[in-house]
Design a protein around this ligand. Structure first.
Ligand code: ACO
Length: 335
């Protein structure tokens, strides 16, 4: 088996910034509560006519340019998203058409906030086994479209963005070193969007009951995340044949600074080894890890030869982690 690596990165965040002060005007909350309980100061919100595929398109264009790859060289497009443009066709197919990636297969992965990491694991399988040479893996979300803006338990947490990577073949022992995927469907009701599927088709009643919005038991998800992240990191490190001290940078799902700090403490690792940008974007679900990776690389926090461990968790319940030995030269010029 050959290896797989990341050879191009892109990200897109909508222009509109919503601060905590703006939220204070229409939901019963305060900037002080949001910052102290989550670390979030602002988030990006897509325009009314902007869908997840639009964000995915912008991020993908940058990733392809970064990799020096033309759209017709892509073998496969995988989009991780909890907010697809529609139930079907897949957002990946909409993206395939817009990019003009005429040779590419395309499908979506649905694992809530873990979707991009699940997609990267699938892409690794395709590239390492020789079934594909070039895979575009995107995490794209417009959570603002499924947020109940009157629910202070969720509306303060989420934001919109997209991150994209181009994955290509590498020498064994370089690039991705390990993947670990997990799920616990018994916790499915903790984060859900109840209506609009085959169990509860959309109707006047479901809209009246606001079942087309995301619901979450934040306290239980918090407990799950604090348990799950350290274990998932340890598993990725073990499968890579490394020790935790060998990891140069951890890139966790950006849901809540308290979750990230708790994970660092449980692992006995300094907080400085955890990349954080939750203050700028909030929780952008499957886009959160690739956007954080992009910003970490552009900020020079990961250099060629470094080991990074990425970890995501979310609805399903799902979790996913991976270790990568970075193969790209750092480009700090385009921040
Ligand atoms: N502003 C002010 N007060 C609030 C707010 C708010 N926005 N939200 C809740 N409160 C109040 C509650 O009503 C409660 O008041 P009470 O004590 O009078 O009942 C108090 O604050 C504490 O509420 P908790 O829910 O216990 O607050 P907690 O410290 O757990 O923080 C939070 C809530 C931020 C949601 C936290 O539980 C969390 O981050 N959970 C994890 C969420 C997450 O990571 N989701 C990721 C997956 S999402 C996906 O997959 C799409």
């Amino acid at each position: 088996m050959r290896g797989s690596t990341i050879s191009g990165l892109g990200r897109y965040v909508p222009k509109r910034i919503m601060t905590n002060a703006e939220l204070e005007k229409f939901v019963d909350t305060t900037d002080e509560w949001i910052v102290s309980r989550t670390g979030i100061r602002e988030r990006r919100i897509a325009e009314p006519d902007e869908a997840s595929s639009d964000l995915a398109y912008e991020a993908s264009k940058e990733a392809l340019e970064d990799a020096g790859i033309r759209p017709d060289q892509i073998d496969l497009i995988i989009v991780g998203t909890a907010t697809p443009d529609m139930l079907f066709p897949a957002t990946a197919c909409i993206l395939q058409d817009r990019l003009g990636a005429r040779r590419a297969g395309a499908f979506d992965v649905s694992a809530a906030c873990s979707s991009w990491a699940y997609g990267a694991a699938v892409a690794h399988g395709y590239v390492a086994s020789g079934q594909a040479d070039t895979v575009l893996v995107v995490g794209a979300e417009t959570l603002s479209k499924i947020t109940n803006w009157k629910d202070r338990g969720t509306s303060v947490l989420f934001g919109d963005s997209a991150g994209a990577v181009v994955m290509t073949a590498s020498e064994p022992g370089t690039g991705f070193l390990s993947f670990h995927l997990g799920s616990d469907g018994s916790g499915g009701s903790l984060i859900a969007l109840p209506a609009g599927g085959s169990r509860l088709p959309a109707s006047y009643e479901t809209v009246e009951r606001q079942q087309h919005y995301l619901t979450m038991n934040g306290r239980e998800v918090f407990k799950f995340a604090v348990r799950c992240i350290p274990r998932a990191i340890e598993e990725a490190v073990k499968r890579a044949g490394l020790a935790i001290e060998d990891v140069d940078l951890f890139i966790p799902h950006q849901a809540n600074i308290r979750i990230i700090d708790a994970a660092a403490e449980r692992l006995g690792q300094p907080k400085e080894k955890f990349f954080v940008n939750v203050e700028l974007y909030g929780n952008t679900s499957s886009a959160s890890v690739p956007v954080a990776l992009y910003e970490a690389v552009r900020a020079g926090r990961i250099k060629k030869g470094d080991v990074a461990v990425m970890v995501a968790f979310g609805g399903g319940l799902t979790w996913a982690s991976c270790a990568i030995r970075w193969t790209m030269k750092t480009q700090t010029s385009r921040q």
